[in-house]
Design a protein around this ligand. Structure first.
Ligand code: SF4
Length: 86
């Protein structure tokens, strides 16, 4: 399992989650070139250790454990993985 960033992140990209993540698996960061062009941030599904630290710091509640991801946003699971070529 991994955590997934969903639709509420679009247009927000707050990055509090980036700072909260102990394994640095949320990208792009603000200082990465594609931060400006990506619609949202993504969690690497292989590197994520399922700690949940990113969830409470998100101001728009965009991050979900896979089991809790609302059905309407199910496509975001693949979208997060695709960013990392996974
Ligand atoms: Fe990082 Fe933990 Fe969130 Fe996974 S659940 S993205 S390891 S903070």
């Amino acid at each position: 399992m991994a955590y997934v960033i969903a639709e509420p992140c679009i247009g927000t990209k707050d990055t509090a989650c980036v700072d909260a993540c102990p394994v640095d698996c949320i990208h792009p960061k603000k200082d990465e070139p594609n931060y400006a062009t990506e619609e949202l941030l993504y969690i690497d599904p292989v590197e994520c250790i399922d700690c949940g630290a990113c969830v409470p710091v998100c101001p728009v509640s965009a991050i979900f454990a896979l089991d809790d991801l609302p059905e309407k946003w199910s496509s975001f699971t693949a979208r997060n993985a695709a960013y990392y070529g996974k």
